[in-house]
Design a protein around this ligand. Sequence first.
Ligand code: FES
Length: 105
Amino acid sequence: MIVKLFSSEKEAIKEVPSGTIRKLVVKNQGYLLVHSNNEFYVVDELCPHQRASLAKGMINSFNEIICPLHEYRFNLKTGAEASNKCGNLTLYQIAVKSDGLYIEI
Ligand code: FES
């Protein structure tokens, strides 16, 4: 399913500034829109370790989201946990087009 989130990249940047995380709910499923290092990423809301919500996680300068429960770190480009302590975080496709920002979930 393709979902349009914003009508332009400029609007997306204004609504979700770099270094922040926005929770999305689509068909009762939680996702996160993460803005890190001038890129947008869409990931599952729940940590693959013990399913804590990553919505209150932190983003570090290595382009990783850090789980608030046990501080496992997940690469936003690959989904891999930094020390291979658990499975990968699921990533979703995102597209910035001339008429808006879209995600495929
Ligand atoms: S639940 Fe996320 S690191 Fe344990």
